[in-house]
Design a protein around this ligand. Structure first.
Ligand SMILES: Cc1cc2nc3c(=O)[nH]c(=O)nc-3n(C[C@H](O)[C@H](O)[C@H](O)COP(=O)(O)OP(=O)(O)OC[C@H]3O[C@@H](n4cnc5c(N)ncnc54)[C@H](O)[C@@H]3O)c2cc1C
Length: 272
């Protein structure tokens, strides 16, 4: 029988999720587009534990049902995520839509998802029996395919506290505002004592899953910007091979050339 469940605590939500076949419902801004009148829904937006944004020694911990509006208001949230969130839809959607919903929708076009990939965020996935922490890269198995068990909820997104300040972010949409990404790019470059200690790039809306290739970004690690210039061509070539866009409303060729231009611009903006 079709039912709606309104959980008031995480414990209650997990108990229902483990017992019934339910679709988690956070803001509903993705679900409303594919409403299923045969499905049972588990409403999460009144679960306080899912709406906390807090920090510990290592991580900023974002409750999965935190809305974009709440994320924008929090002083703990790094600017790179706020830059992406402010570009999402209009205030009405930002008041309902959540970071957890963006991730669990499983689309490579998710604007907050891109930042979580670039930042190598981790996900805390919980059942009534236990929990596991999974890097976001391992959570995405393909288009709309996630490593989410049927009794599990995404409870928190863990963002490391350091290395997020020096960033580059661009969203290319069909219009300047209120547009779903056609290509998006985020790059982080962290330097210490004149050397690159971390370079992380992510390409959104290009393929079935956000493209994040730490093995290629690693080519720049440990180098000064001058040393990085000597491997720049090889680095760009490696991404040129790695980025295989799917055709959508815009051509694969367009997507590819935008990706490479953004990557070059990211490097140049960092003197490479
Ligand atoms: C007009 C409009 C404009 C939009 N513009 C943008 C845009 O510019 N950029 C963008 O990225 N998105 C955009 N979206 C998509 C949408 O708003 C976002 O993806 C949003 O983050 C979804 O969050 P939600 O809480 O509404 O998810 P929901 O619709 O509630 O859920 C989405 C999916 O996640 C699952 N889920 C939700 N929470 C959990 C959880 N805690 N654990 C496990 N599974 C969970 C649900 O079961 C469902 O499968 C737009 C949508 C609309 C309607």
């Amino acid at each position: 029988m079709v039912k709606s469940y309104f959980a008031k605590s995480l414990e209650e939500a997990l108990e229902i999720r483990g017992r019934e076949s339910v679709i988690p419902y956070a803001g509903g801004t993705d679900l409303m587009i594919e409403a299923d009148d045969q499905a049972s829904y588990l409403f999460l937006n009144k679960v306080p534990e899912l709406k906390e944004i807090k920090a510990d020694a290592e991580y900023i911990r974002i409750g999965a049902a935190s809305t974009y509006a709440e994320i924008l208001q929090s002083q703990l949230i790094p600017q790179i995520l706020k830059d992406a969130v402010i570009e999402i839809a209009a205030p009405a959607i930002r008041n309902l839509g959540t970071a957890g919903g963006n991730i669990c929708n499983g689309s490579a076009k998710g604007d907050s998802v891109l930042i979580f990939f670039a930042a190598d965020a981790k996900l805390r996935l919980v059942t009534s029996k236990g929990e596991r922490i999974l890097p976001i890269k391992d959570f995405y198995l393909g288009r709309k395919k996630l490593a989410l068990q049927k009794d599990e909820l995404l409870v928190e997104i863990l963002l490391k506290k350091t290395g997020l300040d020096h960033y580059y972010y661009k969203k290319i949409g069909a219009r300047n505002a209120l547009a779903i990404s056609r290509v998006s790019f985020a790059g982080l470059l962290d330097m210490k004592d004149g050397k690159i200690i971390n370079c992380a790039t992510a390409f959104g809306a290009v393929s079935d899953v956000v493209i994040r290739r730490p093995d290629i970004d690693e080519m720049l690690a440990g180098k000064t910007t001058d040393e990085a210039k000597t491997v720049k061509d090889a680095y760009l070539e490696a991404f040129d091979e790695a980025i295989v866009p799917i055709r959508g409303r815009v051509s694969a060729e367009y997507r590819k050339s935008v990706c490479m231009n953004l990557l070059r611009d990211f490097l140049e903006s960092n003197g490479i």
